[in-house]
Design a protein. Structure first.
Length: 119
């Protein structure tokens, strides 16, 4: 299938598909006219990449898991562990943002508690 068909089937933009190919995440064959042609198995790979990206995994992280996904050796347990680690990372970001929010509110309170200078 051509890149436009792959894009339509996976809802991933053509530009992004080209990037994935440039990074070696997916592969295509070239026709005599230079058009990319993808095997049907690439649809599943692109969906895996897109879902991983939606969950916030880096392309570097995806590249570590993708070869085992392609060969059917990536287990559900491994993916669950990776997703749980991602949840822990998100929780850390949320905690840091909550701490920042509290600090900002404390600064507002501090400024409001100061007597105002009159001119």
């Amino acid at each position: 299938m051509r890149i436009s068909e792959l894009s339509a089937k996976t809802q991933v933009s053509v530009d992004r598909l080209r990037r994935y190919e440039a990074l070696g995440l997916i592969a295509s064959q070239r026709e005599a006219n230079g058009y990319r042609v993808y095997d049907d198995s690439v649809v599943r790979q692109v969906i895996f990449i897109a879902m991983s990206r939606e969950m916030g995994f880096s392309l570097t992280h995806v590249a570590e898991y993708l070869p085992r996904f392609k060969t059917g050796q990536l287990t559900s347990e491994e993916m669950i562990l990776a997703i749980r680690q991602r949840v822990a990372e998100v929780d850390q970001v949320i905690a840091a943002q909550k701490a920042l929010r509290n600090m900002l509110l404390n600064h507002i309170d501090w400024f409001q508690s100061k007597p105002r200078k009159t001119r």
